[in-house]
Design a protein around this ligand. Structure first.
Ligand code: AMO
Length: 437
């Protein structure tokens, strides 16, 4: 980690380093020049430190340091001196300063400004926005929850796979697909790995997971939709019913929350947030019960309709009154679900959604593994089985009962950290109007 520009990070300096010459490097966050003395706040990956320079001790170096524009990148060699008045308990008295990159002025976005800029300005300048501790914290937490997901799923016998994102037929059957030109043919960007993870169930791999991109041409610009989002997708074979899948999902969520709580103390403090650990088992309520609860609260929703944003929010409120933050909604009407969903007692399906404080964060279910039924459902959904020939073929030569789920990573993060806009939870969001940076 250390190199010719840096021997120590700000937070790694120990008592044994006092009165030694050390090298630090990073961004110039702030310069306070009070004439005879100047204080430079340097920021690196782990935090900030203070560089203190007296004018009379080294006038040339003083001049050089105080004229460096904020956010320039520098490397400083100097004596590390204990000073209990200063942050970290030490300061650096520089004898050599190398400017590795000058920052132009004015900055398009401040890093330590008291008043936060508009989200659009921040996203336009995301590389600077991400220099802020609280914005970085979200991605450090994201990193830990994904590590927890890998660890948990592998411990349960799932292997990680990667499936194509340029595909020949739409994965969810819906209209919100991005069409692309693939040489002479038309192709689509995958809305999910659905068809491929199911295909893998015909191979004997039995349990697979993919941390994956979803591309969805949703026209609406909302605080919880992205056109390019990420998800944890799993698929498992030889299941009796959807209950086995929900058991994996609730433990996955539990493990991610636990790990975030254990390993992200600092980040959670920066964000001033606490992690809510779900109680297992997470309550299951049926779609019918949900409709009844909503109608009691005067929602206009009718049986057979999908829950709209307002209904989801209202249900979140109802559940919160009983201190339930996570809940499964099970047994949706078949007609509200994609063609691959296993029917249950004619009008219902073996599907579920997992909601967290009024927002869906995952959905899944058991799939149809009988090819004739699958063809029929494809037709009933207004689609042409011919468009799914390679998918359907995998069901003709031995396909075990199976199911899985898709879990939206940004959706989960936004609920976990109580963040208002999903765009905060992905590095470079893609939405209806944003294709850059
Ligand atoms: P679904 O379409 O419900 O299911 O997606 C699964 C989860 O992915 C997240 N998600 C999104 N997040 C942000 N922006 C979007 N536009 C977006 N679309 C989806 C949500 C959602 O719950 N193939 C099935 C899963 C399965 O059955 O295995 C599927 O894609 O958190």
């Amino acid at each position: 980690m250390m190199n010719q520009y840096r021997t120590h990070y700000s937070k790694d300096v120990k008592k044994k380093d006092y009165n030694q010459s050390i090298k630090v490097a990073g961004w110039v966050e702030d310069i306070r020049n009070i004439g005879s003395i100047a204080f430079i706040i340097l920021r690196d990956k782990k935090g900030t430190l203070q560089i203190t320079i007296l004018k009379k001790q080294n006038p040339d170096l003083f001049k050089k340091l105080v004229s460096i524009p904020r956010e320039s990148v520098i490397s400083v060699r100097g004596l590390c001196k204990e000073n209990t008045q200063v942050r970290n308990g030490y300061e650096i008295l520089p004898d050599q300063v190398e400017v590795l990159s000058y920052a132009a002025t004015p900055l398009p976005l401040g890093v330590v400004d008291k008043v936060e800029a508009e989200l659009d300005t921040r996203l336009d300048n995301r590389f600077i926005d991400l220099r802020k501790q609280d914005k970085q914290a979200i991605f450090k937490i994201r990193n830990i929850i994904l590590a927890a997901a890998h660890e948990y799923l592998r411990s349960q016998g799932f292997i990680e796979v990667h499936t194509p994102k340029i595909i020949a037929s739409s994965s969810e059957g819906g209209t919100n697909v991005f069409r692309i030109q693939y040489f002479e043919k038309e192709a689509f960007l995958a809305q999910s790995p659905q068809l491929y993870k199911q295909t893998l169930m015909a191979t004997g791999l039995d349990r697979v997971y993919e941390i994956t991109w979803y591309f969805r041409a949703e026209e609406h610009n909302t605080r919880r939709h992205l056109n390019e989002s990420t998800a944890i997708d799993i698929e498992m074979a030889f299941i009796k019913n959807e209950e086995e899948i929900m058991k994996i999902l609730e433990r996955l969520v539990y493990n991610m929350c636990k790990k975030a709580e254990e390993k992200c103390r600092k980040e959670l403090d920066i964000l001033n947030k606490q992690i809510l650990i779900p109680k297992i088992p997470i309550p299951r309520i049926t779609y019918d019960e949900v409709i009844q609860k909503l109608q009691e609260k005067n929602s206009g929703i009718q049986w057979g309709e999908d829950l709209g944003t307002e209904d989801e929010r209202l249900l979140g409120e109802i559940m919160r009154e009983n201190n339930e933050h996570f809940y499964f909604i099970t047994r949706y009407p078949l007609e509200t679900k994609p063609f691959y969903t296993m029917p249950c007692k004619n009008k219902y399906s073996r599907s579920f959604d997992l909601a967290y404080n009024g927002i869906e964060i995952a959905s899944g279910g058991q799939r149809i593994h009988d090819v004739r039924l699958l063809e029929e459902r494809i037709r009933r959904c207004g689609l042409d089985p011919k468009d799914f020939d390679t998918y359907l073929k995998t069901f003709r030569y031995g396909m075990p009962p199976h199911g899985g789920f898709g879990f939206g990573i940004e959706r989960f993060l936004m609920q976990l950290l109580d963040i208002n806009n999903i765009r905060e939870c992905i590095l470079f969001p893609r939405d209806r109007t944003r294709l850059k940076p």
